[in-house]
Each structure stands twice: as structure tokens, then as C-alpha cells.
Write a protein that binds this ligand. Structure first.
Ligand code: ZN
Length: 117
């Protein structure tokens, strides 16, 4: 029996961190767990063309970051869900136990070494 409490705490800390990071590059949409990238606020009342380009660039960048963060958040939430349902630590693909050192390195691991993408 794994000490899932330990991982639950780690995952909750990770989730908090991800939510904070998400809030710096996007905003929550009305949809459940939906996030939308926002441009970094350049604080410009008189936006000239260069600044508009910068804003577009930052939006593109933020979109990329947001996508990565969303994937991580999904994994963390999925792992938390597995703790609740008592299936935490089992590979999503083959159902084998995920080695503890792997979970220690990344508590949101959902697969064994063999089935890592
Ligand atoms: Zn596996």
C-alpha cells in the first residue's frame, strides 16, 4: 500500500503552482477548467504598430505556455482523481504498479516507464 497522502499533498501543491502560472498567461473562461491565453499587458494607452506586434507575439507565446500548463494540470487532476478512486500508482496503459521512485520524481505520472510517451 502506497502512502498516497504524501503524493496527494505534492499534487495539491503542484496544482496550486500550475493555477498561479496559468493566471499569468491566461484567464479562466466560462467553461469548466477552460483557459484562454491573454496577451501580456504592456500597459500602453497609445499603442503604435510595434507595440501591437509585441502584443500579438506575447499572445502567441502565452498560448504555447498555456497549452503546456493545461496538459500538466490535467495530469495532476487526473492523478488526484486516481487517489480518490484508489487506483493511484497504476499504469494507465497496462495497469502495472508505477515504481515509487518514478512517482517521487513526478507524482503526476500516469504510466509506467515502458508506456511513457
Ligand atoms: Zn505500463
Amino acid at each position: 500500500m502506497k502512502d498516497t497522502n504524501k503524493y496527494k499533498k505534492l499534487l495539491e501543491v503542484e496544482k496550486e503552482k500550475l493555477l498561479k502560472e496559468l493566471a499569468t498567461v491566461g484567464k479562466k473562461t466560462g467553461k469548466v477548467d477552460g483557459w484562454e491565453a491573454t496577451a501580456t499587458d504592456l500597459d500602453s494607452d497609445s499603442a503604435d504598430e510595434n507595440e501591437t506586434a509585441d502584443v500579438m507575439e506575447s499572445l502567441d507565446e502565452n498560448k504555447g505556455i498555456l497549452e503546456q500548463l493545461e496538459i500538466q494540470l490535467l495530469q495532476v487532476e487526473s492523478a488526484l482523481g486516481k487517489i480518490e478512486s484508489g487506483t493511484y500508482g497504476k499504469c494507465n496503459v497496462c495497469g502495472k504498479e508505477i515504481p515509487e521512485h518514478r512517482l517521487d520524481a513526478n507524482p503526476a505520472s500516469l504510466t509506467c516507464m515502458e508506456h511513457t510517451k
